[in-house]
Design a protein around this ligand. Structure first.
Ligand code: ZN
Ligand code: ZN
Ligand code: FE
Length: 747
């Protein structure tokens, strides 16, 4: 007999870890106890050495799927205590400590089997769940996480469910949302006028969808609008009703095989697609797939069903459905029954709803799969509110994020909690939700920030909020430059400390000189930065109008390069405005360069959604093109002067070079620019680590080439994988920079 002291570090609290250990210990017949510690859990066990060693190997292999095990450190000794039995010890600190809150996770295989087993008491019950699956974050009102403090509080357990709940051998042991047809929520179907249709609600909804109707479906974090994805007519009708002309829709496929029929799906993508977090995965369309009505670019966002309700809706004969968030332009996703019935009148032909309230809105997450991991465009359902764990202790800080893709982060001890997708704060309802979510997170995780961080932009709604908060609570306000925050976010994402080169390309961010920055090469760390590279500024005729009306940017690029710009829409008026210098702020935004090129080569002259020019250029780009345009770099910061490139593009165009070749050559040129600027930064600073951040790095043509190119030049290259590269990831960087400033006595 020997004694084992086992320290397990990582995210192992609030994920069903102790019941798991209880069961595992039972199967081995070991004696001892487990308790929570500040960094994870600690076990003391006695038994045969060989058994103990096998147990240690088993823990990471069989751990609950939400657990993140960072290290398992066993220590053996021969001094026996003589434990009898096994117990879960409550630590004294635990009462004041918050356990983590689980994200919402998709229905597990066991529940799915029961759902379709006619003899099971939960046969076809759309709210089936267990310890390993089901709603969590979106139904929690308050902590501690008990049924009464969730939406399930309205549904007292029946004796059968209660028995399962108290049986440590049962899969539903301590599953707070456990329920059944006797005691749980019910689903119902309403017609377009809000009248309930008697009978089997799900079958009625299925029939409606199959017949080509658009129905609203209540999901985990909000409402979806669903219709047949194989029917271009009804999909275009949905676009018309939703006033969403061009932006791609997400598709829900019944399973991976159905997804493979329309998309290319490699092993990593399949793993993420079928994983329990169920994000929307951006997959390359299969050649010949007729999906132009779903997505105008080369990718289609695909997810698999994640609630029992979805599985029942698909049944045996539906392959794929459009599943788009039910919201009206820039407002948050709808999540209440009444709201949906009222605001979707005239949009939805029917409503598949239920009486379990959604407490917290949470949109579907959206990602590519890059180097085997999620590369987020939106980190939300399935991931939130799981923290980013970093080693050193953190001051309690609220970082307020950006504006258009708002998010926030709160820190406490070793954890940073990034919020879910919030949306555009210029919309009033979204701003209200943002403030409500900050309050909700502060309560859930018991965090009273002692400092607040925000963007340098004076007009962001998030800045305004931060200023108000700092004043109200008398706490320091730390303003962080936009691109510096992007860079720090990517450093934290990769757990880097010290200094690095930050290649940060995005649409726009407020610079330290008051102009709009965009394509920046920085060097520095959490402590500060210097700006070593950028691009030649572009005057935006009409300011923000140039973002949507990208022909305005095309005009500027062409005229600056000395090329004829007369073919551009309203060229005369633009010339007059540019010459008068009226409302023509300068921008070094990479996004504008993409939009401008897309307009010049006739791919897109007006953008109906953010980043559309870049997305379409990427979609158009031909593979296997190695050619590029001339890179001219000059000055300090080292700026890319794009004028020669524009002249060459115009020449190509006049020679009849296809747009797809020009698009590829353009992006190859940008890869050259980034590489040259990083080389320059290395010469100046000696730094060799590069972090890539900013919304323009959501371009997979570039992301599948630039890192390899830089590695070829002996750089260490890092990209995001835990938060988004776009502005949604910004708050993480703000927080790290603010923490550094506080710890170094700057506030
Ligand atoms: Zn389950
Ligand atoms: Zn029950
Ligand atoms: Fe940005």
């Amino acid at each position: 007999m020997e004694r084992l002291s086992l320290k397990i570090r990582g995210i192992v609290q609030g994920v069903g870890f102790r019941p798991f250990i209880h069961k595992l210990v039972g199967s081995y017949g070991l004696q001892g106890y487990i308790k929570n510690t500040s960094s994870g859990v600690e076990l003391e066990l006695e038994g045969e050495r060989a058994e103990l060693e096998r147990f240690v190997r088993d823990v990471p292999e069989k751990a609950p799927k939400l657990a993140v095990i960072e290290s398992v450190e066993p220590e053996y000794s021969e001094e026996l205590v003589g434990f009898t039995g096994f117990e879960i010890r409550q630590s004294k600190r635990e009462a004041s400590r918050n356990t983590l809150i689980s994200p919402d996770i998709c229905i597990c295989d066991d529940c799915l089997r029961e759902l379709f087993t006619p003899t099971d008491r939960r046969y076809r019950y759309p709210f089936i769940n267990c310890t390993n699956c089901g709603p969590r974050f979106t139904i929690i009102k308050d902590v501690p996480y008990d049924r009464i403090k969730t939406s399930m509080g309205a549904f007292p357990m029946c004796p059968d469910c209660d028995r399962e709940y108290h049986d440590i051998e049962d899969r539903r042991y301590h599953a707070q949302p456990d329920c059944c047809p006797v005691c749980g929520p019910r689903v119902f179907f309403l017609d377009r006028d809000g009248r309930e249709i008697p009978g089997d609600a799900i079958e009625t909804a299925r029939r409606a969808v199959k017949a080509g109707e658009i129905i609203a479906v209540k999901g985990l974090g909000g409402m979806h609008l669903a219709c047949r994805a194989d029917d271009a007519g009804i999909t275009m009708e949905l676009r018309r009703r939703k006033q969403r002309d061009e932006k791609p829709f997400a598709v829900m496929c019944r399973d991976a095989a159905a997804a493979r029929r329309i998309c290319e799906l490699d092993a990593d993508e399949e793993r993420v697609l079928t994983g329990f977090r169920r994000p929307i995965v951006l997959l390359k369309k299969r050649g010949g797939a007729e999906l132009g009505h779903v997505s105008e670019n080369g990718y289609v966002g695909v997810m698999l069903p994640y609630t029992p309700l979805h599985y029942l809706l698909f049944g045996n004969d539906i392959d794929m459905l459009i599943m788009t968030s039910a919201n009206l332009s820039d407002t948050p996703i709808m999540y209440k029954n009444n709201e949906a019935l009222e605001k979707l009148r005239g949009i939805a032909d029917g409503f598949l709803l239920h009486d379990r309230d959604i407490q917290t809105r949470c949109d579907d997450s959206l990602c590519w799969v890059l180097d085997g991991r999620e590369y987020f465009a939106r980190r939300s359902r399935g991931y939130v509110p799981f923290p980013v764990k970093l080693e050193d202790s953190r001051t309690r800080i609220l970082a307020c994020g950006a504006e258009q893709k708002a998010s926030f982060c709160l820190s406490k001890e070793d954890y940073i909690f990034p919020s879910q997708h919030i949306g555009d704060l210029k919309n009033y309802e979204t701003l209200e939700n943002y403030e409500a979510q900050i309050a909700h997170f502060e309560r859930l995780f018991d965090i009273a920030p002692r400092a607040v961080a925000c963007d340098l932009h004076p007009d962001y709604m998030s800045t305004e909020y931060a200023e108000r908060l700092a004043k109200r609570d008398g706490i320091p306000l730390i303003r962080v430059q936009h691109h510096h925050a992007h860079m720090a976010a990517c450093m934290a994402d990769n757990r880097l400390t010290g200094e690095a080169i930050g290649l940060v390309w995005d649409g726009t961010g407020y610079g330290t000189d008051g102009t709009s920055w965009g394509a920046e090469c920085l060097a520095g760390g959490y402590s500060g930065f210097e700006r070593l590279g950028s691009i030649r500024p572009i005057p935006l005729i009409g300011g923000d109008r140039a973002v949507k009306e990208s022909f305005r940017v095309a005009y500027v690029l062409l005229s600056a390069a000395g090329c004829g710009a007369d073919g551009i829409e309203s060229a005369d008026a633009l010339r007059a405005q540019l010459e008068a210098g009226l409302n023509c702020p300068l921008s070094s935004g990479m996004g504008r360069l993409f939009d401008g090129i897309a307009a010049i080569i006739g791919i897109k002259e007006r953008c109906s959604y953010e980043g559309q020019g870049a997305v379409l250029l990427e979609a158009a780009a031909e593979c296997g093109i190695d050619a590029r345009y001339t890179v001219t770099l000059e000055g300090e910061p080292l700026r890319f002067d794009w004028r020669e490139m524009i002249r060459e593009i115009v020449r190509d165009k006049s020679l009849g070079v296809p747009a797809g070749v020009v698009a590829a050559k353009f992006m190859n040129t940008l890869i050259d620019v980034g590489t040259a600027q990083c080389r320059y930064a290395r010469e100046k600073t000696g730094l060799t680590h590069i972090v890539l951040s900013g919304g323009s790095f959501q371009n997979m043509y570039i992301m599948r080439r630039l890192p390899a190119r830089l590695r070829g030049e002996c750089f260490e290259v890092y990209h995001h994988s835990r938060v988004s590269a776009n502005d949604e990831g910004l708050s993480l960087g703000q927080l790290m920079i603010a923490q550094y400033a506080l710890e170094n006595g700057q506030y």
